[in-house]
Structure formats: structure tokens, C-alpha cells
Design a protein around this ligand. Structure first.
Ligand code: CA
Length: 225
């Protein structure tokens, strides 16, 4: 998933960037609200982690601004103070959950994954579609109970398509799941990855879950639950 991290403390920002990246996410980490607004306008994010204590425009104002611009992605706030007013104001401004600093990374990750899951309408940490099962925590796909050997990029594309099952997903959207910014934006990469994914998913059982919608993108046709 593509995440936007807004944190002015360089060490913590770097830590979040690294750990969330290791967790299989594409992370854009910025130090202030102005940069965050710019990135949110340029790219499609699946979730934002926003520190409330930012220099310049505050985290609260950033959240209000994002919501007034129509951004609907889940927002997890980081609050240093731990006082209840902070959390209440953050949630009232449009945040979905909070973590109080200092926090264990595992707690932040668990809350973030729960928000992502709920945002795509799944209640469990697995997504099933016919013989295919995705374990969102372990980032592992299996077909008929046999683990599939997917690369990190193949897995990300599959997860994104399954989270948006029965919706046409544009190639540009999938590209954003692979790279944080504008670098290496070659749509052919997506075609190659989807091709490889199909070869790994499609056996002789007639399971063909990924359709190409000409000129628009890809469609995961199976119902996911
Ligand atoms: Ca701060």
C-alpha cells in the first residue's frame, strides 16, 4: 500500500520510512504539512501517518485541509502529549486512529494495518478468492494451500487488485504501488509483472482472476472476502 508519513523529527521519520518499507509498503516521508499537501495532490495514497506537532502548519490543520480537499484515505495521528484533548481534536478533524509517542513500532503497524483492512472492507487479515488466499500480515499468497513464490512487486500488485476487486484499476495506480515518486514510471513494467503474476496464478483449473480492460487497466474479477 502507498503511505504518506508526515513527521518533522528526522530520526523518527527515517525509522518509519524504513520499517514501513520493510513491511511491504511504498512510503513517502515528508517533514511538514506543505510538502504533505503537495504529495497528496500529486499521488494517490492509501493511508497517512501524521504527527500533530509539526512546524508551520499544524498536523490538525493539515488533516482538516486534506479532508476539505476530499481526501478520504485513513489517517493515523501521532501525538507526543498524550492528553485527551489532542486525540479528541485529531479525531474530530478527520483522523481515524491515534498512537501516543513514544510508541512501539509493532503497535503503530498493527493499527495501520487494521485501518487499511477496514478501508477496503475486509474484517480479517486474510483475503480469499476461490483457491487463492492472501495473508496480509505475512505478505504471502497461496493457491490451493500451496504457497506461491511471488516477488515483492508481484505480491503488491496482487494485493492491490484483490483489495479493489471487481473495480477497474488503472496501470498508473499499480505503478504508484511500486515506486514512491515519479522515477521509473514505465507502464510496460506493469504489463510484465501482471503477465508473470497470471502465469503463477493460472493453472489448469480454469482460475483466471485478472482481466485486462483495454485502454483502462486491470480487473480482479473474482469476489474477495
Ligand atoms: Ca513533531
Amino acid at each position: 500500500m502507498k503511505l504518506l508519513v508526515v513527521e518533522d523529527e528526522a530520526l523518527l521519520r527515517h525509522h518509519l520510512f524504513t520499517r514501513l518499507g520493510e513491511g511491504g509498503h511504498v512510503v513517502q516521508a515528508v517533514a511538514n504539512a506543505e510538502e504533505a499537501l503537495y504529495q497528496a495532490e500529486q499521488y494517490n495514497h492509501d493511508l497517512a501517518v501524521i504527527d500533530l506537532g509539526l512546524p508551520g502548519m499544524s498536523g490538525l490543520d493539515l488533516i482538516r485541509q486534506l479532508r476539505s480537499l476530499g481526501q478520504t484515505f485513513p489517517i493515523l495521528i501521532l501525538t507526543a502529549r498524550g492528553n485527551w484533548q489532542d486525540k479528541v481534536e485529531g479525531l474530530a478533524a478527520g483522523a481515524d486512529d491515534y498512537v501516543v509517542k513514544p510508541f512501539q513500532f509493532e503497535e503503530l503497524e498493527a493499527r495501520l494495518n487494521a485501518l487499511l483492512r477496514r478501508a477496503s472492507g475486509f474484517t480479517q487479515s486474510t483475503i480469499a478468492a476461490g483457491p487463492l488466499l492472501l495473508d496480509l500480515n505475512r505478505k504471502q499468497a497461496s493457491l490451493d494451500d500451496t504457497p506461491l513464490a511471488l516477488t515483492a512487486y508481484e505480491y503488491r500488485i496482487l494485493e492491490y487488485l484483490m483489495r479493489h476487486h471487481q473495480q477497474v484499476v488503472a496501470k498508473e495506480r499499480l505503478m504508484e504501488q511500486l515506486y514512491p515518486g515519479d522515477e521509473e514510471r514505465d507502464p510496460n513494467v506493469i504489463e510484465v509483472l501482471v503477465g508473470r503474476l497470471r502465469r503463477k496464478l493460472e493453472g489448469d483449473n480454469g482460475f483466471k482472476p485478472i482481466d485486462t480492460v483495454r485502454g483502462l487497466g486491470y480487473l480482479f474479477t473474482e469476489r474477495c472476502r
